[in-house]
Design a protein around this ligand. Structure first.
Ligand SMILES: Nc1ncnc2c1ncn2[C@@H]1O[C@H](COP(=O)(O)OP(=O)(O)OP(=O)(O)O)[C@@H](O)[C@H]1O
Ligand SMILES: [Mg+2]
Length: 304
């Protein structure tokens, strides 16, 4: 079982057409044909969108993505057009709404990994490879890789797990030229972001980007980075001070939520057909604090 515990109704705003309710973001189209992306406070874990929201999460994701887009602007163009609130939009959309170029999205989750963990570790333990790429012996959970690698995945529908695929499979699906461009850009952006995060005491273990194409003035198309970038939802951030390969690292994301959901305290069985329960206030507060801490450490600016 998976999906939304409670699926939210789209908001009715004159001039906006609702397109999609994603796990975290709601998408609308405005009359100019641009995309209005509204980041909610929703949280997903274990294939479920939880019934409890994390206050300010949507604003943290939005502000952090905008900050990163600026840091990356010389490497890759991004989809941001403005952060102006559409006329008639609810006040509480302020700070979590981005007007974006509507892209023809490339259906590949472009993951870069500089460290081994998660699904990469599972594959490594079975075959000493990640997405078919051979890696040296002796790596463990949290090990730094000899060099960052591009480990693409196919985008899954709500509830389904993204599936790691080989580079050759991506090239078959999107063409050799686009595949090469995705890999190059993903690794360039990862490298820049890793260095910036490291200066601020944070290890960027891995991260996921989504790219799309937009028409250019000369009748061609250009690759543009879209979606959110380098947030705790799309990335694994580890405090550098406590990094120690050999076990799971503490991270700036959903760890409190995952730990609580799988603890006896939640009374929930991941493998049951039951939806997960509401989160207790202390888990909400601790999770909110982690998102704010990630924002403040990375950007070097206080939240409010
Ligand atoms: N500039 C853009 N143009 C078109 N689509 C975009 C753009 N930027 C992001 N998207 C899409 O917007 C959606 C963002 O929503 P969100 O991240 O909440 O959904 P998701 O959980 O990743 O996927 P799903 O939509 O399957 O729930 C994604 O489907 C993403 O591919
Ligand atoms: Mg997404």
């Amino acid at each position: 079982m998976s999906g939304f515990v409670e699926k939210p109704e789209p908001v009715q705003v004159p001039g906006l057409t609702h397109l999609h309710t994603g796990k975290v973001r709601d998408l609308y189209r405005n009359e100019a044909g641009d995309l209005v992306m509204v980041a909610s406070d929703r949280m997903s874990a274990y294939d479920w969108v939880l019934p409890t929201e994390i206050p300010d999460k949507g604003r943290v994701l939005t502000r952090l993505s905008l900050w990163w887009f600026d840091q990356l602007a010389d490497l890759v163009p991004n989809h941001v057009l403005s952060t102006e609130l559409p006329a008639g939009a609810p006040d509480d959309w302020a700070g979590r709404t981005t007007i974006c170029r509507s892209l023809r999205m490339v259906p590949v989750e472009c993951v870069a990994r500089g460290y081994l963990t998660g699904s990469g570790l599972v594959e490594y333990n079975a075959s000493r490879t990640v997405c078919g790429l051979a890696l040296p012996e002796g790596l463990t959970d949290g090990s730094e890789l000899p060099a960052p690698i591009f480990t693409p995945a196919t985008k899954a529908a709500v509830g389904d797990h993204d599936e790691n695929v080989s580079y050759e499979e991506v090239a078959r699906q999107v063409g050799a030229e686009t595949a090469a461009q995705l890999r190059r850009t993903t690794l360039d952006v990862y490298g820049r972001a890793r260095d910036i995060a490291r200066e601020r005491g944070i290890i960027l273990a891995d991260t996921k980007f989504e790219f799309g194409f937009a028409p250019t003035a000369d009748g061609g198309e250009e690759l543009i980075i879209g979606d959110e970038v380098l947030t705790p939802d799309s990335s694994r951030f580890w405090p550098a001070a406590t990094w120690e390969p050999g076990h799971a690292q503490p991270s700036y994301d959903k760890q409190f939520v995952r730990d609580w959901l799988t603890s006896p305290a939640s009374g929930w069985d991941r493998r049951s057909e039951q939806p997960p329960p509401a989160l207790p206030q202390e888990i909400v507060d601790a999770t909110r604090a982690k998102y704010l801490e990630a924002y403040e450490l990375l950007t070097g600016t206080p939240w409010q």
